[in-house]
Design a binder for this molecule. Structure first.
Ligand code: CA
Length: 225
């Protein structure tokens, strides 16, 4: 059976070229020009991979992805025309994801699609649901994090923020990055909100074990040690 690819892209000329090339590579391809139509096809066709434009007429592609990523377990390749969007995509880091900057060669995209699909199939076979990072146990499916064997009671934002840090131990995230990746409405929050959340997370960690795994980088932001 052919693997299914869904393309959500409002520029029909781009979508058509990509569709053509992917069909040549023996994929079954569906196209939507809006997030709304895309969501309908996502439910109906259950594609194996999503090619998602960020600048959609009815919704930002990243917000669309954020809303649906917990419901649909499929790899996504983002199409972006803006370099500032790339930071946010990289921050999403779900392992199987990728992005392509416009203008791009459709053949290159087809090659990426194959690579990402291969990697995704492998990782769903190999990776355990529970990730162990230092003294943390992170269960993404249950949205729960334990620290030194103790399950932490985290608010939604605390969970999201700690997940971002756990996804890349050692990587330093600025407050703005943390907010944009973790918050559902980053525009409505102040960067200081991040400090407040880190403080409450630290207090919860400290209640379990004195060691502090979160490092403050003065003038930059935070990382997991
Ligand atoms: Ca667009």
């Amino acid at each position: 059976m052919k693997q299914k690819i869904l393309i959500i892209e409002d520029e029909v000329s781009i979508a058509d070229t990509v569709k053509y090339v992917l069909e040549q590579a023996l994929f079954e391809v569906f196209c939507a020009t809006t997030a709304g139509e895309g969501e309908r096809l996502l439910r109906q066709q259950k594609p194996d991979l999503l090619v998602l434009d960020i600048g959609l007429p009815d919704m930002n592609g990243l917000d669309f992805y954020r809303e649906l990523r917990h419901e649909f377990d499929l790899p996504v390749i983002f199409l972006t025309a803006r370099s500032d969007e790339i930071d946010r995509i990289v921050g999403l880091e779900l392992g199987a994801d990728d992005y392509v900057s416009k203008p791009f060669s459709p053949r290159e995209l087809a090659a990426r699609v194959k690579t990402v699909l291969r990697r995704f199939v492998q990782s769903s076979r190999e990776e355990p649901t529970i990730k162990r990072i230092a003294a943390f146990e992170w269960n993404e499916e249950c949205r729960s994090i334990s620290w030194h064997g103790e399950k932490l009671k985290l608010s939604r934002n605390e969970y999201a923020l700690l997940s971002v840090l756990l996804s890349h131990p050692g990587r330093i995230y600025s407050r703005r990055q943390l907010m944009e990746i973790a918050w559902e409405e980053p525009e409505a929050s102040m960067e200081r909100t991040v400090d407040t959340h880190v403080k409450t997370i630290r207090a919860k960690l400290k209640a379990v074990c004195k060691e502090d795994p979160i490092v403050t980088h003065r003038g930059f932001g935070y990382s997991l040690s």
